[in-house]
Ligand binder design. Structure first.
Ligand code: UTP
Length: 307
């Protein structure tokens, strides 16, 4: 069966990114001039997906508005003969048709994916976490789809995790087929380092068979009272083959403050327009201590007083 549908869960509360996520979805945080979720949507399209579902929740209207037409803005830009920006704006809304499903309560990633069951039916489908950007020469989801086409089994994207970080990931126990392909024997959500079966963690991209829905319905809420996708994959790999693909690309967890800043810096450095200036600024800031620290700290004090 061909993988042509994808689910992007984007209904989480983003508590690691408060206070900005009080009023703004973390998936809409900008990487220079476009939101994180646009990179995720573009990866799905570049991987051959033509039917996209975004799982949203309360306070996530900005995502729908962003991918929608904006007639007033377009009229304004047309009136000013600003064809360049008109194209930029129209390109976003014409990327792909998107279906939205609401997750009424953020009951976990597994619960979010379960909301898409009716739309997916019996087909295999991709899952791309809405706050993870993966940069690779070939889109990561496309590589997972290739593995699915060869194996007919579900596939998880994995990568090595530093030992001190295993307690933040779903960690696999696996049997090595070749250096980039493993068969998953077990997966544990956020283990302590002494209980981790390996250092290979799930990295926000999956291709799953529809068998996952039955597993999601059966698993009781796990860590944090949430329905965990990891727990459902744990039961799926007891019923049918599940593979792990060790990808080479670079992944940014933009739901984490450090991961987000890393993404901005790396994208800015490779941006045609501002890359050189950014490089110069970073070097000066690090080597010459030229940043005016008192005023930066002063600005921070103002915002915290305001809060
Ligand atoms: P995260 O665990 O990173 O999101 O989920 P979170 O719960 O918003 O994070 P923190 O810990 O509170 O900061 C990964 C992806 O799954 C979505 C999120 O929006 C994110 O894109 N998600 C998570 C849902 O759609 N629903 C949920 O109930 C939980």
């Amino acid at each position: 069966m061909v993988v042509r549908k994808a689910v992007i869960p984007a209904a989480g509360l983003g508590t690691r990114f408060l206070p900005i996520t009080k009023a703004m979805p973390k998936e809409m945080l900008p990487i220079i001039d476009r939101p994180v979720i646009q990179y995720v949507v573009e990866e799905a399209i570049a991987s051959g997906i033509d039917d996209l579902i975004i799982i949203t929740g309360r306070n996530k209207r900005a995502i729908e508005d962003y991918f929608d037409d904006s007639p007033e803005l377009e009229m304004h830009l047309r009136g000013k003969n600003n064809d360049k920006m008109l194209k930029v704006v129209q390109d976003v809304s014409s990327l792909i048709d998107i279906h939205y499903i609401r997750q009424k309560e953020p009951r976990g990633l597994g619960d979010a994916i379960l909301k898409a069951e009716k739309h997916i039916g019996n087909e295999p489908f991709a899952v791309l976490l809405g706050d993870d950007i993966i940069v690779d020469t070939v889109p990561c989801t496309g590589q997972l789809i290739d593995v699915f086409n060869r194996t007919n089994g579900s596939v998880i994207a994995v990568n090595e995790v530093p030992p001190e970080n295993v307690s933040s990931y779903g960690i696999i126990q696996s049997h090595v087929i070749n250096p980039s392909l493993h068969q998953v024997e077990d997966i544990v959500e956020k283990p302590r380092i002494e209980e981790a079966p390996s250092l290979l963690g799930a990295m926000g991209r999956y291709v799953l068979t529809s068998g996952i829905f039955e597993c999601l319905e059966e698993v009781p809420p796990g860590v944090g009272g949430e329905v965990q996708l990891t727990d459902a994959i744990k039961s799926l790999c007891k019923r049918e083959p599940v593979y792990a693909f060790h990808f080479n690309g670079r992944r940014y967890d933009t739901g984490d403050r450090f991961g987000y800043v890393q993404a901005i810096i790396d994208f800015a450095l490779s941006n045609e327009e501002i890359g050189e200036k950014m490089r110069g600024h970073l070097l000066r800031a690090i080597n010459e201590k030229s940043l005016n620290w008192p005023s930066v700290q002063g600005a921070l004090r103002c915002t915290s007083n305001f809060e």
